[in-house]
Design a binder for this molecule. Structure first.
Ligand code: UDP
Length: 248
């Protein structure tokens, strides 16, 4: 693939946020029957996909991949095949809500706890009045009601299904039901609903710019330290990884 940067064998397209939004806009406008799965690639997903074959196949089958995480962009730069910028799930969701407000798109919010889910839906309706939040469901449901949730989403048939179940749970969930959901675009967005609801604060712009958003999150949510141990391991492995240059 010409316009990709290989990160541990994953061809991440060299596209900006603006181009990503344009791609998704086209998918929604064309009203394709097939679900378009957007997977945000971060160091954890990249590392897991090296041994988790289902996750790897989900990435291979995805409609589009974006470079979430400063680590992904940093590795692409150090390997001399730079990605233009980070396209995080959270930023992408905000952009989709903005354009969705102009184009009157509909959304369904799946995930986060009940308080966050309710607050996020209210905030979205307040900030983006032309967006329809057709429905929402918190992310701590019993497996027994899963089929019911899928049926509800399929009946409502939103343009965008926002899945805030954490990664890679969201990716597995979308993949499992992709032929039943009857949505145009589905995307796993991690903790974005917590940020929209105001339950969790996003790092100030300067931290994001300096690529130390991970440090901000670590200071504010110290329980994440174990998860973040993966970052240096990822950087080492990804830099030493022999990519197939023919694919770059
Ligand atoms: N979550 C959920 N159901 C679960 C596990 C997590 O709804 O079974 C939610 C959680 O409340 C949070 C989001 O998924 O809103 C995960 O956020 P995190 O920042 O951990 O995302 P990640 O970085 O793991 O993608």
């Amino acid at each position: 693939m010409e316009n990709c940067s290989q990160i541990m064998g994953i061809p991440v397209p060299k596209v900006t946020m603006e181009e990503t939004v344009t791609i998704i806009d086209q998918v929604i406008t064309e009203k394709k029957a097939e679900l378009f799965h957007v997977v945000t690639i971060n160091p954890e997903i990249t590392m897991s996909s090296q041994h988790d074959l289902l996750l790897r196949s989900i990435i291979d089958e995805a409609g589009h991949l974006t470079a979430d995480g400063a680590g992904i962009v940093m590795v692409s730069r150090l390997k001399g095949n730079p990605l233009p910028e980070r396209v995080t799930g959270c930023d992408l969701l905000i952009h989709l809500l903005e354009i969705g407000n102009e184009k009157r798109w509909s959304f369904y919010l799946l995930g986060a706890n009940e308080v966050t889910s309710k607050k996020a839906a209210e905030e979205i309706s307040k900030r983006y009045p032309n967006v329809s939040v057709l429905g929402r469901q918190h992310g701590f449901f019993d497996q027994k009601v899963e089929e019911q949730i899928v049926d509800e989403i399929a009946t409502l048939s939103p343009d965008v299904l926002v899945v805030a179940l954490g990664a890679p749970k969201a990716e597995f969930w979308i993949h499992k039901y992709k032929n039943k959901l009857n949505v145009r675009v589905a995307i796993g967005v991690g903790g974005s609903l917590d940020i929209i609801a105001g339950t969790v604060k996003r790092a100030p712009a300067i931290w994001q710019k300096l690529n130390v958003e991970w440090l901000y999150r670590l200071i504010n949510q110290p329980s994440r330290w174990r998860r973040q141990l993966i970052l240096p391991r990822f950087a080492m492995k990804a830099l030493l990884f022999k990519e197939n240059n023919r694919l770059q």
